[in-house]
Each structure stands twice: as C-alpha cells, then as structure tokens.
Ligand binder design. Structure first.
Ligand code: SIN
Ligand code: MN
Length: 217
C-alpha cells in the first residue's frame, strides 16, 4: 500500500479521497475479477427501477444482490441465481482502505463488508443523487474507481441539493464515506470518456466498486 506521502483530502468529516490508491497491477486484477462476475452466475445488466425506468449504469453484485431497494441472496429481478460470494481478499482490501483513509491502522479492524456493487459506466451513464441506505449497518462504504475519470458529487445527509462538493475520481482512486458522512447524498453527474488507460484492461468506460456491510445475516 502507498506510504504516508499519499495525497489525502477530507471532503467532509468522514469522507476521504485518496487519489491513485490502487496501483496498476491491483487495477488490472480488479478489472479481471469484475469481468468474471459480469459474466455470471448473475450477468451484469441495467437495473430496472420500480417505476419502469432503467439505470444507465450496468451493475453486478457479489455477496448480496442489490435491487431497488433491498438486498437478497438471489438475483430475483435478473435470473434467480445466487450471486457470487464476496472473496476474502476483497474484504481485506476494504480493511486496508479504511486504515489508509482514516490514517489509523486499527480503523479497518472489525470491518466485514459482505457485499460489493460493481457498476460500469459508459460515456453516457450517470448516477443521480442518492443515499446508500438499504444497508442495516452504519459501517463505512469503500469506493474504488478504475478507468475513465468521472465527476463525483458528494453532498450532505439532509437532501440532494447544496451544499455539495464536486471532485474528480480517476483510475485507482479510493473514496471512503463513513461516520457523519455515511448517509450523505452522492452521485455521478458525468464521466469523461477517453481519460482511462487501456492498460488497466478496460478499453473504455469507468468501473466503480463499492464495498458495504449490509447488516443482514
Ligand atoms: C454509487 O454511488 O453506488 C456509485 C458511486 C460511483 O460510481 O462512484
Ligand atoms: Mn451510492
């Protein structure tokens, strides 16, 4: 993991951005893992929304399957299959992320993320302002980005509007939101096509992986 020279910006208390936290090899390995999950047992797809729309991002989940607005073990809105298990190395990466983000070697102790949502953004995809609130746990969310840079809007727990801060999330960036920032609204207003390095294994687009603890048994 990077040393103490790592750039670290606290956007709001509990919300921390560490640019280029993942090295090139880790990014390549994650892209490979995501490619595997995207092909099955539950294929990556555009999530259907309750009112008939579809999300512009494509998603595949591991550990627990998320659909608006709950977690289940089987992907009942896709093909009914049980999602792939969350590998131990990914949970461990989450623990290291917390230790680095909060500059406290013990910050990851006891963190046991049990789901990862893998989102793929093509050049047109966006994500509206929302809270991650389907988890029954206040444990931090760990977000890893690979590929094209995006604008990430990080707001407040009260509503979708201001105050919010727009930052650029590039390839290898870590963003953690926990503590007072855990239930802040956030979204992705735009992706910057063509900014990623194909050496990650991702020829185009943006991959984002969020680790969460569902609080479910
Ligand atoms: C999310 O809010 O679940 C995804 C955020 C991102 O793509 O950076
Ligand atoms: Mn979210």
């Amino acid at each position: 993991m990077p040393g103490t020279h790592q750039v670290r910006t606290e956007i709001t208390p509990g919300a921390v951005h560490l640019p280029r936290w993942l090295g090139p090899d880790q990014q390549r390995r994650l892209v490979e893992a995501c490619r595997g999950w995207a092909s099955g047992p539950v294929p990556m797809r555009h999530t259907r929304l309750p009112r008939g729309g579809v999300m512009s991002v494509q998603t595949v989940c591991v550990g627990w399957h998320w659909q608006p607005y709950r977690y289940t073990r089987t992907a009942d809105d896709v093909n009914g299959e049980r999602v792939a298990p969350l590998p131990g190395w990914l949970a461990e990466l989450g623990r290291r992320a917390l230790a680095d983000a909060y500059r406290d070697p013990a910050a990851g102790d006891g963190y046991a993320p049990d789901t990862a949502l893998v989102n793929f953004y093509d050049g047109q995809a966006r994500m509206g302002m929302h809270q991650d609130k389907d988890e029954r746990s206040g444990a931090p969310v760990v977000s890893l980005s690979i590929g094209d840079t995006c604008v990430f809007r990080f707001g407040n727990p009260v509503g979708r509007g201001k105050p919010y801060t727009d930052i650029e999330l590039g390839s290898g960036d870590l963003f953690v939101f926990g503590g007072p920032a855990r239930f802040a609204y956030h979204g992705v207003p735009r992706v910057r096509p063509g900014t990623g390095d194909p050496a990650t294994g991702l020829a185009a687009g943006r991959l984002n992986i969020t680790l969460r603890a569902t609080g479910l048994g």
